[in-house]
Write a protein that binds this ligand. Structure first.
Ligand SMILES: Cc1cc2nc3c(=O)[nH]c(=O)nc-3n(C[C@H](O)[C@H](O)[C@H](O)COP(=O)(O)O)c2cc1C
Length: 185
């Protein structure tokens, strides 16, 4: 009888756990695993990636390549322009990342001629992000988002790409904290 009473008492206690505590437990259990993948040529996008990392606690992954560009700015931009129009895909050298274990993937790129850098396509073609929440962030030199988010969305097959990504001038991060908070990760 005593045993039955204790069992029943335990069951009542279990069901009596406050809703707020249950919600907190659920939120802790469902905290998404976050990856911040980015390509950066001159450091701006890398700086924004680090700021996102600092706020979200996600893992950073730099999309790297041995592919080179001329030192001089104009020839560099001309080469990039030609590569974009020809669909060139630089080989990646940064090692593999196990994207399957992540729920949310930020993808960062500089705005190159109104679109994402070719390195982003190399990355997207090397991973399966289908079904994942993908959040773009771009840095630019005054042109804003242009076609970067649209082109990334088209290239990310089966992904759920947020359309309210980050588009910031250079390495600036003013407003970034509010933007990340608004994503409700
Ligand atoms: C090849 C090339 C093309 C660019 N095209 C644009 C552009 O179309 N619009 C724009 O606003 N900025 C453009 N920029 C400026 C970069 O988007 C900007 O400096 C960016 O923050 C650089 O990021 P990073 O330092 O991570 O490489 C271009 C820069 C380069 C090198």
């Amino acid at each position: 009888m005593r045993k039955l009473f204790l069992t029943l008492f335990g069951a009542v206690l279990a069901f009596a756990t406050p809703v707020s505590a249950q919600t907190a437990q659920g939120a802790a259990m469902s905290k998404p695993k976050i990856l911040i993948a980015y390509y950066s040529y001159s450091g701006n996008t890398a700086a924004v990636a680090r700021a996102i990392q600092a706020q979200t606690g996600g893992d950073l992954y730099e999309i790297r390549s041995d592919h080179t560009y001329p030192d001089a700015y104009r020839p560099m931009t001309e080469q990039a322009k030609q590569e974009i129009s020809s669909g060139f895909r630089p080989a990646m050298t940064g090692g593999a990342v196990d994207v399957a274990s992540y729920d949310v993937v930020f993808i960062g790129s500089p705005n190159w001629w109104g679109t994402v850098a070719p390195h982003i396509h190399s990355f997207l073609e090397s991973v399966d992000l289908s079904g994942k929440r993908v959040i773009p962030f771009v840095t630019h030199g005054g042109g804003g988002v242009q076609n970067t988010a649209r082109d990334l969305t088209a290239a990310c097959k089966g992904c759920v790409v947020e359309q309210n990504g980050w588009a910031g001038y250079g390495a600036g991060t003013a407003g970034l904290a509010d933007w990340v908070a608004g994503l409700k990760l």
